[in-house]
Ligand binder design. Structure first.
Ligand SMILES: Cc1ncc(COP(=O)(O)O)c(C=O)c1O
Length: 393
């Protein structure tokens, strides 16, 4: 027979470092194993479960499942239209395209940018992306992902993509030309270790976009739908992007991605230029509608900002008490990185033994992505456990 973990290894391609935990059920901000041990979840499915394990999402899904699960994109579908309207009503965008994942949203955005560029001049198809960025694993997404470690075994990737140093204005200037059709950017690099873009850098991107007539594509796949304390993380900066890509939390736990497009780009992609069998599937959109409604029509984001300040203040106190262990604290909203250098894995493992689930990214960064609805009591539980673990490292 074998255990679940043994069979997982036996039957599924071994591409992930599985945690030594079998989850039986989930509620609020906790995961429970078969013996009803509860674990405080600071992963949120890597920024997917923004409302935590909310029974309302399951209800919205069940409602839609009872009507129909799938039709195909030859048919209009109410939850899909409702979600698109919610996105448009609450953003700069005038229209939305739905995909199934983040990498696919970026693939679609890349195609849109190239078609836009080509409509100006045949060579205007070059795309710029940041080093240390993360934009997905399919060939287009992987090309946009400016990290050699992910790309090296899969070359040749797409041609016509160049990389600038994140937050380095000179480096960006060196890459830009008349043939640039788009710059892709995360305003908070997530997988790259929770690193925020500077206002000065954004100002330069905007300035250059006007001179060279390229599109600004903001990847909000990890940062979007309230994670940063605003509906979109780019809102903190003084600019409006041309395109925003979404995924992760937008489907409430079901596979869904989206491309938000500004009015002047509405007509770039025409019937037949792009598409997907499952993109915008009604069940995922029903879940997304429930999530987005909660994020935009309640005071959830005010609370996120207040609680985030509390967490950041308390983490700064911890940094004072553990100055050699904690190198830096970064981020905002419920997207916080604690750089602990080489101790990251030991801290993660120790936390797990204390029923606290911590994610590590970029080798040295504890990436805190709790559900947006985490309460002060639960935050204090995290802080107490975290302090206790740090004192033992
Ligand atoms: C910023 C960003 N872009 C794109 C992706 C890829 O999304 P997906 O895994 O849904 O393809 C991720 C996933 O971690 C991400 O964080």
């Amino acid at each position: 027979m074998g255990s679940l973990h043994e069979n997982d290894k036996k039957y599924i391609l071994n591409l992930y470092n599985r945690l030594n935990l079998e989850v039986e059920r989930a509620e609020g901000v906790y995961l429970y194993d078969k013996d009803n041990n509860k674990y405080l979840d600071m992963y949120s499915g890597i920024s997917v479960n923004n409302l935590g394990y909310d029974k309302g999402i399951a209800k919205a899904i069940k409602n839609q499942v009872d009507k129909y699960i799938h039709l195909s994109n030859y048919f209009v579908s109410e939850p899909t239209v409702n979600l698109a309207k919610l996105l448009v009503d609450n953003s700069f965008a005038s229209k939305v395209y739905f995909s199934n994942s983040g990498t696919e949203a970026n693939e679609g955005a890349l195609k849109l940018c190239r078609k836009y560029g080509r409509s100006i001049n045949e060579d205007k198809v070059e795309i710029l992306s940041a080093l240390n960025s993360f934009h997905g694993r399919t060939c287009g997404g992987l090309t946009l992902t400016g990290q050699e470690k992910y790309q090296k075994d899969f070359k040749p990737l797409l041609s016509g993509v160049n990389y600038f140093e994140f937050n380095n204005i000179e480096s960006l200037r060196e890459c830009v030309s008349e043939n640039t059709c788009a710059v892709f950017l995360e305003v908070i690099q997530g997988e790259g270790g929770i690193v925020e873009v500077s206002q000065e850098f954004i100002n330069e991107v905007v300035k250059l976009s006007k001179i060279y007539n390229f599109l600004i594509v903001i990847d909000e796949i990890q940062t979007g739908i309230g994670r940063s304390g605003d509906l979109f993380a780019f809102e903190k900066y003084n600019f409006t992007p041309d395109v925003v890509t979404l995924a992760k939390s937008i489907g409430g736990g079901l596979p869904l991605g989206a491309i938000l497009v500004s009015e002047r780009l509405e007509e770039v992609l025409k019937i037949g230029d792009h598409g997907s069998t499952f993109g915008g599937n009604p069940v995922a959109c029903a879940a997304g509608e429930f999530v987005l409604d909660k994020v935009v029509n309640t005071n959830l984001l005010d609370e996120v900002r207040e609680k985030s300040k509390y967490i950041l203040d308390e983490l700064q106190k911890l940094k004072k008490d553990f100055p050699t262990l904690i190198k830096e604290i970064r981020g905002r909203g419920m997207m916080i990185g604690v750089d602990v250098g080489e101790s990251a894995i030991a801290i993660r493992d120790n936390a797990m033994n204390n029923n606290l689930l911590l994610n590590v990214t970029n080798k040295t960064v504890i990436r805190l992505l709790p559900p947006l609805c985490i309460s002060y009591n639960e935050i204090n539980e995290f802080l107490e456990k975290f302090r206790d673990i740090l004192s033992k490292i």
